[in-house]
Design a protein around this ligand. Structure first.
Ligand SMILES: Cc1ncc(COP(=O)(O)O)c(C=O)c1O
Length: 474
């Protein structure tokens, strides 16, 4: 049988730190099962000998043996006499591989359907404005178009972003500290590679944004899952698990996916820890443009006095993911290092798009676009909530952002709920797949951008009917 190699440097990087107390065997078993279900570990792949894994993860060997035995009993692995333990050729049917966060679909993204996460928010007026600005940018291309440009991007856009962040997010940044990126993903990759050597430990919210976590893993960082509650990530739990971690990746203003806000005491505790530990706080502020009630919350960066916060923003939600445009505000101390790596990685961002965006911001189109988009998204959110009302789900109504959580009642499986919702025409992501080692909650993460309220309403009603009918049959 063909044997597959993982892309990961070692097993302790692949498997996060397991809880200090409690059933570590269960935690290891759940983690291995998840790696198999999400096809990080492929059929036919050999697992490490129990002694070796126990050593790497600092576990009793008996715990590893017991976890392997349970996985074998459940059909996820098979023990071959004298040869070791292998991922089963066929894993059990209910293992949901389609939504594998670790294995991007080779066939490309799924077609846009209401509910799909990550859809942009442009309307016809915004498209018209952008079209005009693109035409003009091509008529008078910026210097970076014909000649090599600045690794951090065109100055006019960086200036606009610095002004925008000062006015809306309480961030004071010099233009030199603002780097234009190809979205958050490329910013995360650059920052992790520039500042976090392999095997650095990084606190990650549990549950979390899988694109970030999978990227960190792929770079050989050790993931330290830190639980999230109604006040956001709990720094005390992070300190208990890994006080000397090198970084934390966090979504403080709107936790992804649960939607909580990091409370002020926790913001201060996190900053204090980062200052003492010399750790970086990577603040992913991905959707703060969409706050539906009350004033926007200030960014964590705005209250950082020690220069530990790296702030990330993106136009993926505020406009469209296909622009591939985001930005990072870097502490002065790391500007030089990141600048050099950027030059070596992809030289510099796209000057034409930057020129268009700079004018889009400078001429007030962006502020007007956001006002319209906020209104439309709020209507779509309300249509989604109303449509789902007939389903046996507990739906949270978010005050910010472009997705909501519909929690399962009576522990219904979110694999089943997702399938039924899809049948009714509503896309979603399973909430349980976003947990690392905290007890997984069953529910659906559903987006409401990219479609008008009527379309969202029809899809939500279809999903609600399918789920309610299924419930009745139970
Ligand atoms: C938590 C989070 N951060 C960032 C992004 C944006 O990523 P990018 O800018 O790479 O498109 C998303 C998009 O879905 C997200 O959910």
């Amino acid at each position: 049988m063909q044997k597959h190699q993982t892309n990961f440097p070692d097993w302790s990087a692949l498997i996060p730190v397991l809880p200090a107390g409690g059933p570590r065997r269960d935690a290891l078993q759940a983690e291995l099962r998840r790696l198999i279900e999400t096809r990080v570990l492929l059929p036919g792949q050999k697992l490490p000998p129990s002694r070796e894994l126990a050593q790497r993860l600092k576990l009793a060997r008996g715990a590893v043996v017991a976890a392997y035995e349970q996985l074998a009993a459940d059909g996820f692995v098979e023990a071959r006499l004298g040869a070791g333990t292998y991922v089963a050729a066929q894993v059990p049917e209910n293992a949901d591989q389609k939504t594998a966060p670790q294995a991007p679909a080779k066939t490309g993204p799924t077609p846009p359907v209401p509910g799909k996460l990550g859809s942009g928010t442009v309307d016809d007026k915004t498209l018209r404005d952008l079209r005009g600005l693109f035409r003009e940018a091509l008529m008078r291309p910026p210097p970076g178009f014909l000649h090599y440009g600045d690794p951090f991007g065109e100055l006019p856009l960086r200036r606009e972003i610095a002004d925008y962040l000062r006015a809306t997010r309480g961030i004071r940044a010099e233009v030199d500290q603002v780097m234009i990126t190809s979205g958050t993903q490329s910013a995360l990759s650059l920052i992790a590679r520039a500042l976090l050597p392999t095997e650095s430990r990084i606190w990650v919210e549990d549950p979390c944004y899988p694109q970030a976590r999978n990227l960190f893993r792929s770079l050989g960082l050790t993931i330290i899952p830190v639980p999230v509650d109604q006040d956001g990530l709990d720094p005390a739990a992070g300190i208990a698990a890994a006080p000397e971690a090198e970084a934390v990746y966090i979504t403080p203003s709107h936790q992804y996916p649960l939607g909580t806000t990091l409370s002020m005491p926790r913001r201060l505790a996190l900053l204090d820890w980062a200052h003492r530990a010399g750790a970086w706080i990577i603040e992913d502020d991905y959707d703060s443009e969409f706050r539906f009630t009350g004033p926007p919350l200030a960014a964590l960066h705005g209250i950082d006095r020690a220069g530990r916060v790296i702030y990330l923003g993106t136009f993926s939600k505020a406009l469209a993911p296909g622009l591939r445009l985001g930005y990072a505000v870097l502490p002065a101390a790391v500007v030089e290092t990141v600048y050099r790596l950027r030059d070596l990685t992809d030289r510099y961002p796209n000057p034409l798009i930057e020129t268009v965006l700079a004018r889009f911001l400078a001429e007030g189109h962006y502020a007007a676009h956001l006002r319209r988009a906020r209104k439309r998204c709020k209507m779509a959110r309300d249509a989604l909530v109303e449509g789902l009302a007939a389903a046996p789900l507990d739906v949270s109504i978010p005050e910010q952002g472009l997705h909501l959580i519909a929690s399962a009642r009576n522990d219904a499986s979110d694999t089943e709920l997702q399938r039924l919702a899809q049948e009714g025409g509503l896309a979603s992501r399973r909430l349980s797949e976003l947990f690392i080692q905290a007890p997984a909650r069953q529910g659906l993460v559903i987006g409401y951008s990219g479609f008008v309220a009527d379309e969202v309403s029809t899809a939500a009603l279809g999903a609600a009917r399918a789920i309610a009918a299924w419930r009745k049959r139970q």
